[in-house]
Design a protein around this ligand. Structure first.
Ligand SMILES: [Ca+2]
Ligand SMILES: [Ca+2]
Length: 389
């Protein structure tokens, strides 16, 4: 597909590669059952689903998410308007049992101030299935749900969670992945730790606790560790950054850990946020640099060329419109990036400013919420919906 056609038919965003030869906008509510001509790509922009590809068989539509998961929908009939014009028909009401239950409509207050201080949530996620905001806790380890009224209740407790940093909902497998570190390293105590805790998202039951640092046989003897953030690939593989050793760990679906890549030493490099792109690479922040790391060839990593310096790059999250939101923990802003060359370069599409230091962000429907951990004071943490301009 040419870039011209992408502009015509798709949202102006960098999403998964589109391989089909035709495209269409479909004006029906998800989860609609569509019958569609083989080889047609449909762009559907909603908070959760916006790209569909037809599968190899006529009469079957696959709905693809940002994470490249495919859901199969039986087909009734389709009517769509092709990009070059054409008739539009209304799809029949869905009756397929293959469709997931619709997620509750996001109902998160614009600003939430925690009812208590001191737990220092560095990471935040939105659990679309149950419509709840989850945070980590640098000082306590417990994963909390923070409600609109500010109440903070434990969602995952595990004595082995020392400091929960970045967290990631793996909706497709009903898991919550937690970068598990030890904050006392900031007090000069010990060597820190880099572990990955994996939990059943619905029940909070522990599925695994993976010692990542132990999988790095080539780390210097005096290495210190800080697991900062985690992303999950379409096959369930997890990827975790270590800000101290500047390693990205890989954790297979059977919870076997290895080093995916050790970054070359660089001034002020401290790997931080990480997201997975369904085209098979990771985007990783480190200081003022955004890296693209091909999973099949991590040594071939490149720096994503940005139009201006973006210092303090911390957590990242894909937005519903396909933009990549990066929180700058030093500049108090979220930068929304787009790319039209598969993240060789990126453009700044919008910026959202906030007043108090933020570290990571969660996508709630079409909105982005930033968490303010309050590392250095006793004010209660807060969560804030930001406005892009
Ligand atoms: Ca996350
Ligand atoms: Ca972080």
């Amino acid at each position: 597909m040419t870039s011209r056609r992408r502009r015509e038919c798709g949202p102006t965003l960098a999403g998964p590669r589109r391989t089909s030869t035709r495209c269409a906008h479909v004006d029906v509510s998800f989860p609609a059952i569509l019958s569609i001509e083989k080889g047609t790509t449909v762009f559907k922009e909603t908070s959760e689903w916006y790209i569909t590809d037809t599968g190899p068989f006529d009469g079957v539509v696959y709905i693809r998410t940002m994470r490249n998961q495919f859901l199969l929908f039986a087909v009734a009939s389709l009517l769509f308007t092709s990009c070059g014009g054409g008739s539009e028909q209304v799809a029949p009401a869905p009756e397929s049992t293959a469709a997931p239950a619709p997620a509750p409509a996001p109902n998160i207050a614009a600003t939430i101030v925690a009812a208590r201080a001191g737990f220092i949530p560095e990471g935040i996620e939105y659990d679309t299935k149950s419509g709840r905001l989850l945070t980590g806790s640098l000082s306590e380890g417990t994963i909390f749900e923070i409600k609109n009224d500010g109440s903070v209740t434990a969602a995952v407790t595990d004595p082995d969670l020392k400091s929960s940093i970045g967290i990631e909902v793996d909706k497709d497998r009903d898991r919550l992945l937690v970068a598990n570190s030890d904050f006392t390293i900031f007090q000069g105590k010990g060597a820190g730790q880099a572990k990955l805790g994996v939990y059943n998202l619905s029940t909070g039951a522990r599925l695994a606790m993976v010692d990542l640092a132990a999988a790095d046989a080539n780390a210097p003897k005096d290495a210190t560790h800080f697991a900062n953030d985690v992303a999950v690939g379409s096959d369930g593989t997890a990827y975790v950054t270590d800000s101290r050793t500047n390693v990205v760990y890989r954790v297979d679906p059977d919870y076997k850990a290895s080093v995916l890549h050790r970054f070359a030493p660089a001034k002020d490099l401290a790997l931080n946020g990480i997201v997975y792109h369904p085209s098979g690479y990771l985007l990783v922040t480190g200081g003022a640099t955004l890296y693209k790391v091909p999973i099949s060839n991590p040594a071939g990593l490149t720096e994503v060329k940005l139009p201006e310096p973006v210092p303090g790059q911390d957590g990242m999250v894909w937005m519903s419109n396909g933009r990549l939101a990066i929180v700058s923990n030093s500049d108090n802003r979220v930068v929304a990036l787009t790319s039209n060359d598969d993240w060789a370069t990126a453009q700044i599409a919008a910026v959202a400013k906030f007043a108090t230091q933020g570290t990571t962000a969660a996508a709630v429907g079409d909105d982005i919420y930033v968490v303010h951990p309050h590392f250095a004071d006793q004010d209660p943490p807060s969560v804030e919906r930001v406005t892009f301009q």
